[in-house]
Design a binder for this molecule. Sequence first.
Ligand SMILES: Nc1ncnc2c1ncn2[C@@H]1O[C@H](COP(=O)(O)OP(=O)(O)OP(=O)(O)O)[C@@H](O)[C@H]1O
Length: 372
Amino acid sequence: MILTDLHLRNFRNYDDLQVEFSPGINVMIGENAQGKTNLLESIYVLALTKSHRTANDKELIKWQGSDAFISGRVKKTNGTVPLELLFNSKGKKAKVNHLEQAKLSQYIGQLNVILFAPEDLSLVKGAPAMRRRFMDMEFGQMSNKYLYNSGQYRTILKQRNQYLKQLQQRKQTDRIFLQVLSDQLAAYGAEIMVARVNFLQQLEGWAQVIHDEISQGKEKLTFHYASQLTVADDATVESVYEQLLALLTKNESREIELGSTLYGPQRDDLKFLVNDNNVQTYGSQGQQRTTALSVKLAEIDLMKAQTGEYPLLLLDDVLSELDDERQTHLLTAIQDKVQTFLTTTSLSGVARQLIKEPKIFEIEQGILLNED
Ligand SMILES: Nc1ncnc2c1ncn2[C@@H]1O[C@H](COP(=O)(O)OP(=O)(O)OP(=O)(O)O)[C@@H](O)[C@H]1O
C-alpha cells in the first residue's frame, strides 16, 4: 500500500501541512527538533490511532490549539481509501471513506505501518514489556480478532485486578464473581497466546532467511514464546484456556494476597536464540542488532502474507545507528518494494549511494522548505 498524500492541522509543531509522497523512499531532512519525527509520528498515528511516543493523545495537539487533525489517502490494489483522524479534548474520531467508525478496531488495519526506531534495536535486550508491546502492535494490525481479544483481555484484567485488591482489603468476599472473571480472562488470554504463537511461527520463518543472509550463513535464528504455561506450536485455544483457568483457580489465594493477576499473556515474553543460545544473555551487541533488524524486515513479509499488501516502513533516525553492512541489507531489502519514510539529519555514505531517486523533504520548525 502507498500513502499518496497527507494533511496535518495543528499536529505537534505543524500548523497546516499538505504533502504528496513518492511511492518509493521519502527522506525527511533537517536539524534536530525541527519536526522530522513529528511527521513520521503523524503517519504512525494515522495508521494506529495512537502514538508510539506517548500514551497521552493531548500531546499530539499543537500547543495552544484545541484539536489536531490528520488525513491521508491510502492507495491499495483494490482502490484508494481516505482516512481521517481528529483529536480534541473529548477524545478522537476516526473516519474511513468519510464515514465515522464506531469502534477504533474497525479503523485500524486500513493503513499498515512498521516503525523502526533506535529503541527497536533494544528489542532483544530491553524489558519484556517492550517485546509484548511489539507483538500486540504488529499482530493487532494484521488481525482484527487479535485486536479485539487484546482489548477485551485488558478490560477484564483491569477489573479482575481491582476485584483482587477489594478481596485483599476485605471490601468484597464473593469468590464466585472472581471465578467468573477468571473464566472470561482465561478465554481471551488463551486466544491471545495461541495467536501470538502462530504469528511468531510465521515471523520466525521469514526472519530466519534474512538473518541467515546477514550473518552469511553463520547464524541460525529461532524464536521461543516464553510463558508460565506450556503453549506448543500446535496448541489449541481450548487446551490453553483450560491450563490458564486451572492456574488462576489454583493460585486464587496467592493472587488475593498480592492483589494482582499472576498468569496470562501480560506476563509472557519472547526470547530470541542464535545457534540455540539466548541472544539477550549471550549475544554480542552486533548479534542483537542483526536479530532486531531481521525481525523488523521479517515483519514486512509477514504483513504482506497476512494482508496481501506491503506495509509502509517508517525509519526514524535508524540509519545512523546501523553499520554500512546492515544499512546495505536494510536498503536493498526494501528498495522498489516498500514505501519508506526516513528521517535523518543528513543523507550520506551508503544511504546516499544506495537509495535510488529519493524524494527529499527539508524541514525547519514545522515548515516544509522544499520538496524535490
Ligand atoms: N504538541 C506540540 N506542539 C507544538 N510543538 C511541539 C509539540 N510537541 C512537540 N513539539 C516540538 O516539536 C519539536 C520536536 O520535533 P521532532 O521530535 O519531530 O524533532 P526532529 O526533527 O525529529 O529532531 P531530532 O533529529 O532531534 O529527533 C520540538 O521543537 C518540540 O518542542
